[in-house]
Design a protein. Structure first.
Length: 183
């Protein structure tokens, strides 16, 4: 029996609902107590579905999943690249929203709006930090903060930004302290 043929004794679903289900399982396995071989099997299944459903890599969820799979496999450069593409696609989608938003757009914005875009910048910052690109991590958090200020939403990366700035300042003795950044 192949991975695609069965899952827990049932015929496995295909398409985006299955991708969403696998995405949640990968998140749980990556950030929860379970890791290892199960995580890699989930990533392999998710990869196969993404190749079938999003071969041109144009879907926001597809990029989000690819970033997660790359992170799970320890490919931080790949995770960063996919997260950047996801952010670009999310920004493009948000820019396409009508003013005022239609009922459908209002509904979609509840689960996929500026706060979610800010969260993706925070995740990108963590990836940059883990890859040793501290300045890029700080820049991503500034973008998240500015987006939150623009839309009047809570900036969840405040502690992360503070910690990364302290780390940056400790690694660059003799340089001026970075207190804030304004464009």
């Amino acid at each position: 029996m192949t991975d695609d043929a069965a899952y827990n004794g049932r015929k496995q679903k295909n398409g985006w609902p299955e991708i969403e289900r696998l995405y949640c399982k990968v998140v749980d396995a990556l950030y929860g107590p379970k890791r290892g071989r199960m995580l890699l099997r989930l990533c392999d299944r998710l990869d196969r579905l993404l190749a079938k459903e999003d071969p041109k890599q144009q879907a926001i969820l597809g990029q989000e999943c690819r970033a997660l799979v790359s992170e799970a496999r320890g490919d931080l450069a790949g995770a960063i690249a996919h997260r950047i593409l996801e952010i670009r696609l999310r920004k493009r989608w948000l820019e396409s929203i009508h003013e005022p938003p239609t009922q459908v757009e209002k509904s979609l914005l509840k689960s996929d709006g500026p706060a979610d875009l800010a969260d993706r910048y925070d995740l990108l910052a963590i990836l940059f930090h883990d890859a040793g690109h501290l300045k890029n991590a700080i820049d991503a958090l500034w973008q998240s903060r500015e987006l939150c200020e623009l839309h009047g939403i809570k900036f969840d990366g405040k502690d992360l930004l503070r910690d990364y700035l302290v780390e940056y300042q400790s690694k660059a003795p003799g340089q001026k302290k970075v207190a804030s950044r304004r464009h």
